[in-house]
Design a protein around this ligand. Sequence first.
Ligand code: C5P
Length: 235
Amino acid sequence: MAHNPIICAIDTDDMDKAYSLAQAVGPHVGAIKLGLQFFTAHGAAGVRLLSEQRQPIFLDLKFHDIPNTVAKAIEATAGINTFMMTVHTSGGRTMLQRAIDASMRVADMTGQERPLVIGVTVLTSMDQDDLDMVGVRAPLHEQVLRLADLAQSSGLDGVVCSPYEIDMIKRQCGHDFKLVVPGIRPAGSEKGDQKRILSPKEAVDKGADYIVIGRPITDAPDPAKAAQEILASLK
Ligand code: C5P
């Protein structure tokens, strides 16, 4: 394991809670994921505050808009020091290519490594009926592979996928295409609303490059200890 693949999802709009969680788990995880809930409440200033603890930030805002707007939004992340962000692959090839171009400009502006741009394929909250209702007739797994292929051929760095899609996407996209995998539950933890789960070690052994873990860490009585134990379980 060349790096710490654990990304801790901090899903809260409570700044004090987010700050103390980031401080506690920071030394034991590879990055912190901040999403729409935190960002809508605290914006770029809030993200900056957490990243000042030298914690790499995964900004999971799932951009999906016209190519110019997505590109400008990505350029605007230059001020908040993110190492990874998400876009919806269903935004289409031009949007994805413009997203990557924008990430290169971010690297130019910051003098740091280019942030990774990761695609969301089909939200795991959607089933075949939901796809049908938005006019997608293809079987769900085919749609996931189609969008992963579009992401890769447009230059994206990888996709978010469920633990059970790792094999199929690795097979199609190869080993350099990064897989960011939520739906992870350490042995003995509550499944919550995650239905299709793997343990951290199972997911990494299958080929997950990053594992996204929220509540098993953030709701634990001692989040730092929970993160440490998950890291130890990967060895
Ligand atoms: O608390 P939990 O470990 O379930 O959190 C997982 C994180 O990953 C949450 O931020 C959730 O929104 C996100 N996520 C997910 N399933 C997906 C994509 C993202 O659980 N398919």
